[in-house]
Unconditional design. Structure first.
Length: 258
C-alpha cells in the first residue's frame, strides 16, 4: 500500500517531467536578431492600422496651422506699435532739430529786437507823438508861421532837417504870396519796427491846401472875396524816429521815391 511519501515522490517526478521541455526550449532560444538554427525566418507581424489615426493626424495638423497663423499675426500686431513708435521718434527728432535751427536763426536775426507787437505801451506812445509831430511839421499858416518854425527846430534831428527844408522849399515861396494855409491831419499810423530807442512808423495823412489871396479891403471898400482854390490829397510816407530826452524826434522822412 503506497504511503504518503510515495505519493509525494510521484508528484515531484511528474512535476520534473513537465518542467523539462520548457527548460530545454529556454536553453535553445535564439539570442539577438538571428533566428534559431533550423527555424524559418518569420516576418514580423504587420501592425494593424488604427482606425482614425490618419484622420486624427490630419485634423491635428489642420488645427495647428490656424494656431501658427494666429501666432504670426499676434507677433505682427505686437511689432506694429513698436514700428509706429520708432517712426514718431524719428519725426519728433527731426522736428526738434529744425526748431532748434530756426530758433538760432531768429536769435541771430537783427529783427529779433522788434518789440512793436509786444510792448503795447511803447507802441502807443510812439504813434501818438509821431502823429503830433507830423501834423505840426507839415502844416503851415501864412498868417502865423511860429508853430511851423518851432516844429522844425524842436521835432527834427539828423538828416530829416534838410529833408524837411527841401520838401517845403518851393511851397513856402508861393504860400507867402498866395496866403496859403496848409493843414495836415494824420488819419492812421502803424509802428513797423521798434528797436530800442529807434522806431519806424508808417503814416497815412490827409492834407489840404487853401489859398486866401484876393480878400481884404481896398480904398475903404470891402473887396469881394475870391473863391478859394483848395487842394485836397491823401499822403502815405514813413518816418524814422529816435528817442531823445524823453521825446521821439523825426530823424528821417521816407516818401518812397516821390
Amino acid at each position: 500500500m503506497p504511503t504518503p511519501r510515495h505519493h509525494l515522490n510521484r508528484r515531484r517526478r511528474r512535476q520534473a517531467l513537465a518542467d523539462r521541455p520548457t527548460a530545454a526550449a529556454r536553453a535553445h532560444a535564439p539570442v539577438g536578431l538571428l533566428p534559431a538554427p533550423g527555424s524559418r525566418p518569420g516576418r514580423p507581424p504587420a501592425a494593424k492600422p488604427v482606425r482614425g489615426t490618419t484622420e486624427a493626424a490630419g485634423e491635428e495638423a489642420a488645427a495647428d496651422r490656424p494656431a501658427a497663423a494666429r501666432t504670426t499675426k499676434d507677433r505682427a500686431r505686437g511689432l506694429a506699435p513698436l514700428v509706429v513708435l520708432c517712426v514718431l521718434t524719428l519725426l519728433l527728432g527731426g522736428f526738434a532739430g529744425w526748431a532748434h535751427s530756426r530758433a538760432g536763426e531768429l536769435r541771430d536775426d537783427p529783427a529779433r529786437g522788434n518789440t512793436a507787437l509786444t510792448d503795447l505801451a511803447r507802441t502807443s506812445e510812439i504813434k501818438g507823438q509821431t502823429a503830433e509831430a507830423v501834423a505840426a511839421l507839415f502844416s503851415y499858416d501864412h498868417a502865423d508861421t511860429g508853430p511851423f518854425e518851432r516844429a522844425g527846430r524842436t521835432l527834427l534831428t539828423g538828416k530829416a532837417v534838410d529833408q524837411h527844408r527841401t520838401l517845403f522849399g518851393g511851397v513856402l515861396a508861393q504860400a507867402a504870396r498866395q496866403k496859403t494855409v496848409i493843414t495836415t491831419t494824420v488819419t492812421d499810423s502803424a509802428v513797423e519796427r521798434i528797436d530800442g530807442d529807434r522806431a519806424r512808423v508808417l503814416v497815412y495823412a490827409d492834407q489840404s491846401s487853401v489859398s486866401t489871396a484876393g480878400t481884404g479891403k481896398a480904398g475903404g471898400k470891402q473887396r469881394p472875396k475870391a473863391q478859394d482854390r483848395g487842394v485836397y490829397a491823401g499822403a502815405m510816407f514813413a518816418v524814422d524816429v529816435v528817442r531823445r530826452d524823453g521825446r521821439w524826434l523825426v530823424e528821417n522822412i521816407d516818401t518812397f521815391g516821390r
